[in-house]
Design a protein around this ligand. Structure first.
Ligand code: ADP
Ligand code: 5GP
Length: 201
């Protein structure tokens, strides 16, 4: 059966393990397309411009937003983050599926412009574990951790608006589930009735 290139959005609260999961997923499915988001936040140590993000000044972000260059953009934890249309188009032109790791608001905005995008929400096993992971990562100061935890409560309420929910309990297990979601949507458009038809044939 032909594989269809799709646009996937992976969202979830900060510290839930999106970056870790998506990096593992890319190792398992190297054919997935890579896009780099733009942001106005400062680079963390070791983050390279054009690799982790395109690090833009406020003025440059404004200019690109006004020029309509973003598929979506959102304020996240006091900074702006956005997906450049050109990044997505470049990957889709290669016939590859795209995985966007973006915040919940951005994910819902993508659905408005790309109605057949597949929205996957990554959930923590518990609120305590989310806090443990966020602190354990050691990249944020206390104020930023508090802001992210406060934001997480509102984000988790949006999980029901997503197409699929994956609990990131055990990393290997969650990655396998995510991989299965991607392959299912690529192979049969995510239509469960197709799967039932095949089972009957
Ligand atoms: P996000 O991209 O969602 O902000 P990260 O991928 O940076 O989150 O993960 C936050 C922290 O949690 C990292 O230190 C990572 O190693 C850890 N982590 C991710 N997934 C798991 C998991 N399933 N079990 C335990 N720790 C995890
Ligand atoms: P961080 O600062 O930890 O790299 O990312 C903070 C948040 O920004 C994460 O929740 C991440 O998913 C989100 N993010 C990263 N890129 C984009 C993007 O292009 N658009 C939107 N809306 N959110 C993004």
């Amino acid at each position: 059966m032909a594989r269809e290139a799709r646009l996937f959005v992976v969202s979830g609260p900060s510290g839930v393990g999106k970056g870790t999961l998506v990096a593992m997923l890319r190792e398992r499915l190297p054919r997935l397309g890579l896009t780099v988001s733009a942001t106005t936040r400062e680079p963390r140590p070791g983050e390279r411009d054009g690799v982790a993000y395109y690090f833009l000044s406020e003025d440059e972000f404004d200019r690109r937003a006004e020029a309509g260059e973003f598929l979506e953009w959102a304020w996240v934890h006091g900074h702006r983050y956005g997906t450049l249309r050109q990044e997505v188009e470049r990957v889709r032109a290669q016939g590859r599926s795209v995985v966007l790791e973006i915040d919940v608001q951005g994910g819902l905005n993508v659905r408005r412009s790309v109605p057949d995008a597949v929205l996957v929400f990554i959930e923590p096993p518990s609120a305590e574990e989310l806090e443990r992971r966020l602190r354990g990562r050691g990249t944020e100061d206390e104020a930023s951790i508090e802001r992210r935890l406060a934001g997480a409560r509102g984000e988790l309420e949006q999980a029901g608006s997503y197409d699929v929910r994956v609990v990131n309990d055990d990393l290997e297990r969650a990655c396998s589930e995510l991989q299965e979601v991607i392959e299912t949507y690529e192979n049969n458009g995510g239509h469960t009735e197709d799967v039932c038809d095949q089972a009957r044939d």
